[in-house]
Structure formats: C-alpha cells, structure tokens
Design a protein around this ligand. Structure first.
Ligand SMILES: [Zn+2]
Length: 470
C-alpha cells in the first residue's frame, strides 16, 4: 500500500468542524484520534452540553481528516463510488446529527443553517451534499418551522426513488411526501427502508407503516398479516433483547392497530394497559406524558370503552391541552350520550390550528355530533365541512362520503334515523383518521416532540468504523 500523505487543515483556514473559527483557534488541540466519540459520551453522561459540543466538533474534524487522507484520494483516482464513501457519509453524518442536537439544546439553532453550509465541503461528493440537504430540510421541521419550506429544501436533493441508499433521506421523504404519493410508490419506499436497515426498531416501525397502508386501502387481511409478523418478531427476540425506549412505544401502537383492524376489544384493552405501563418509566416530559394518555384514550375509544377514554383524554388535556384531545373528549361525551356537553366541547376546539389529519378527526366528530343533536345550523356546517374535506385515503374517504349522506338526509328529513345514528358511531367506520398516520414513516411525528427526536439521533452510535485507517 502506498504511503498516504496525511491531510491536515491549514492553520489559518476555517476549521472543518464548521464552528466558524480558524483551525488554529479551534479543534487542533483536542483531536481525539481513535478515541473518537468518547469525550462526547462522557460529557453527555455528566450533562455538560457545552463540553459535548467541543468534543463533537473535534470528532467531526478528526473524521474529516481521515476521510480526506484515506477515502478522498481513492475517489479522485478511480471516480468510483465505493463502499468507503458510503461508510464515510454515514459516519460523518451521524456526528453531524449529534452536532445538530447540541445546537438545538444549547439554543444555537438559528446558526445551524450556516454551519451546514460550511460542512458541505467536508466530503466532496453528491451523496454528502444530499445529506446536508437532508439536515437543512429537517431544520425546517423544528419549532416555528415550516413543512412547506422543508419540502422545498428536500426537493433540491433530486428525485428520490426506490434505489435511494440514504436511509435518513428516505425516512424524511416519507414523513414529508407520503400524503401525495400513490399506494404503490408508498409501498416501494417502505420496502426500501426495510431492506436498508435490519434493526428491530426500524423493522417494527416500517412494517407497522406498511400495515397502515394496506388497511387504508381496505385490505385488512394483509394489514393484519403485517402486524402479526411484526409482533411475532418481538416475541422471538424480546427475551434476549428487551424492548427499549421508542421500540416499546411502537410495540404498543402495533398492538393497538391490530386490535383496531380486528375489532378485538381484548387486544385493544391490552394495548391500553401496555401504554399505562410506559407511563411508569422515568424522565417523561409533560408533552411525552400527554402523548401516552392520548394513546390510552385511542385504545379505549376503539374498544368503545367511553368512560375510560374520557378519563384519558382529560388527563392529556390537563398535561398539555392539545386541540386534538378536545376533539376526542367531545367524541367520548357524545357516545356517553351527553350530546350538549359534546357540542360545547367541539365548539371550543380551535379548528384552524389543527393539521391535516387532525382536522379530519375534527370534521368526523363534528358531523357525528351534528347528526345526534339534529340542529339545522350544525348539520349545514357539517355538510360544508365534509364537502370541503380532501381526503385521498379510501377508508377515510368512504367515511367522509357516508357521513355526508347521513348529514344531508338528516337535514332533509329533520330527523336523525337509526341508521344515521348508527353510521355516526365508531362502529359505522373508523373512529378517527389522525392516529393511523402515526405509524407512517415519520421523524417529527412519532408522538414525541422535536427535541426528543434529536435526542434520539444524538444517542445513536455510528455503526461503522472508518475503513483503511493507518
Ligand atoms: Zn473546530
């Protein structure tokens, strides 16, 4: 093997860690060499985030030196996109993910896009530029962000197909674009994600996502098969490798979904108990707890256990007062036969703040309440809402059209028929739309908040070590 000339940043040039400082004033003193990553984990353990930032910057500089010394010359010589390059993009990408979390945690988020621009030249290859684009798009999903801008940014990565190798990019693509993709394209993307990562958490989440897709086109049988396979995977591995963190959450959701697809009350109640058990774990944020109560409410709503569902929705509201929880509370009150209370609860919902699928929930609940209350103004409003609702997924479109028929009929006859009342209960269709989308590929919408997603990325350890090191 020829001796490689070790690449080093120039003394007075910007440091490769993208801090904005010159190398001589930045990382050169603390390059970790083969102890890469160690100082970061130590600092995290001690909750010293400022030190973690210094350590991660040095890790990035170290890895960049390795890349430019070992991999870059190979690419320059042969032009081939090698396995080495893939390893470098993933490893350096993971350090950049940590850096993103620290910028967020240390309230430096506004500087983050400029840092990313500086990191662009660390690996001079389109697959790295794509990774930078991914981070820029992800940045727009943060607090006060804008999904539209995130989509515009992601579009710069070029068309994303079933041949895409970048797992993170595929996941983000799923999160941002799924609603606009046809069924076959969605399945292709999900299969690609499953193919690229054997990790159990990835398998559970994306098999669950496939089940949701089949369920939404009305193929309950395939949906159930997918869910059973995923749940069997947990049974087979759980003893040697207990479920942790998000995996547990995903497992509970798979159980809930299976109960819902099979209309099986026992499974649904079992899923509610599993969610209850999750609440016993330490370190939940308020919004994290509220999310779990929302899930418990969903399990009981699908099981038709309205008292318990009501309690759970009130717990969620007390914790963070989401508008979606109010929609669910209104629904519980309706099926507990308190139509007036349900009506005043649904009127208090700030409907304009609800995102797409949550707005669907609102419209379905509003329409059911309108039918049961049999008031002309309410029915007219429900009719307008249902007509204006654009929902592409067959199962929810069926529910929309059915409710539209019942609302129109009740309005014309001045009386809600038994059939109309029956169709506006959960047995007449799926109770709500929004929770089914939680198992879609998602980064920022896993029922956890944005900073928790970033923390999750920050805990990830890069799997591959750089190849060809001297
Ligand atoms: Zn530096």
């Amino acid at each position: 093997m020829p001796t490689r000339r070790r690449w080093k940043p120039k003394w007075s040039e910007p440091c490769p860690c993208a801090s904005g400082n010159k190398f001589k004033d930045c990382c050169w003193r603390c390059l970790p060499d083969f102890d890469i990553g160690k100082a970061y984990f130590q600092a995290i353990k001690e909750n010293r985030f400022d030190r973690a930032l210094v350590a991660t910057r040095a890790d990035i500089t170290q890895y960049t030196i390795w890349h430019k010394t070992n991999t870059a010359p190979v690419i320059a010589r042969s032009g081939a996109v090698s396995k080495l390059l893939r390893i470098d993009v993933n490893a350096l990408g993971d350090y950049v993910s940590r850096l993103s979390w620290l910028y967020f945690r240390l309230e430096l988020w506004k500087d983050w896009p400029a840092v990313l621009e500086r990191l662009r030249s660390n690996i001079q290859h389109p697959s790295w530029y794509k990774r930078i684009t991914y981070h820029l798009a992800f940045h727009y999903l943060g607090p006060g962000g804008d999904r539209g801008k995130a989509r515009q940014e992601l579009a710069k990565a070029g068309p994303i197909t079933k041949k895409e190798d970048d797992l993170e990019l595929l996941r983000l693509y799923g999160d941002l674009e799924f609603d606009d993709l046809p069924f076959a394209a969605r399945i292709e993307i999900l299969d690609r994600i499953l193919e690229l990562d054997d990790d159990r958490e990835n398998q559970l989440q994306y098999r669950g996502a496939k089940a949701v897709q089949y369920f939404m086109i009305g193929d309950a049988q395939t949906a159930e098969q997918q869910l059973s396979d995923a749940l069997a995977m947990v049974q087979q591995t759980e003893k040697d490798d207990p479920l942790e963190g998000y995996e547990k959450h995903i497992y509970c959701r798979l159980l809930q979904l299976k109960g819902s697809v099979r209309h099986d009350k026992q499974i649904l109640k079992a899923s509610a108990l599993e969610f209850q058990a999750l609440l016993l774990e330490p370190n939940w944020t308020r919004s994290g707890k509220a999310n779990i109560h929302r899930e418990i409410c969903n399990s009981y709503r699908y099981a038709g256990e309205w008292d318990q569902a009501e309690t759970a929705s009130r717990e969620a509201i007390a914790l963070d007062g989401s508008q979606l929880d109010k929609v669910h509370l209104a629904e519980c009150l309706l099926y507990l036969k308190d139509t007036d209370a349900a009506a005043s609860e649904i009127d208090a919902v700030e409907r304009e703040t609800l995102p797409h699928h949550e707005f669907e929930d609102f419209v379905f609940a509003y329409s059911a309440i309108a039918i049961w209350s049999n008031k002309a103004e309410r029915l007219t409003e429900a009719k307008t809402l249902l007509q204006g609702l654009g929902t592409a997924d067959p199962i929810f479109n069926d529910r929309r059209l059915n409710l539209l028929l019942r609302v129109t009929e009740t309005l014309a006859s001045g009386n809600a028929s038994a059939a109309a009342k029956n169709d506006s209960t959960p047995t007449g269709g799926v109770a709500t739309a929004s929770s089914f989308f939680l198992l879609q590929p998602t980064l920022a919408g896993l029922g956890i908040d944005f900073s928790e997603v970033l923390e999750y990325m920050a805990r990830k350890t890069p799997k591959d070590t750089p190849d060809g090191l001297d």
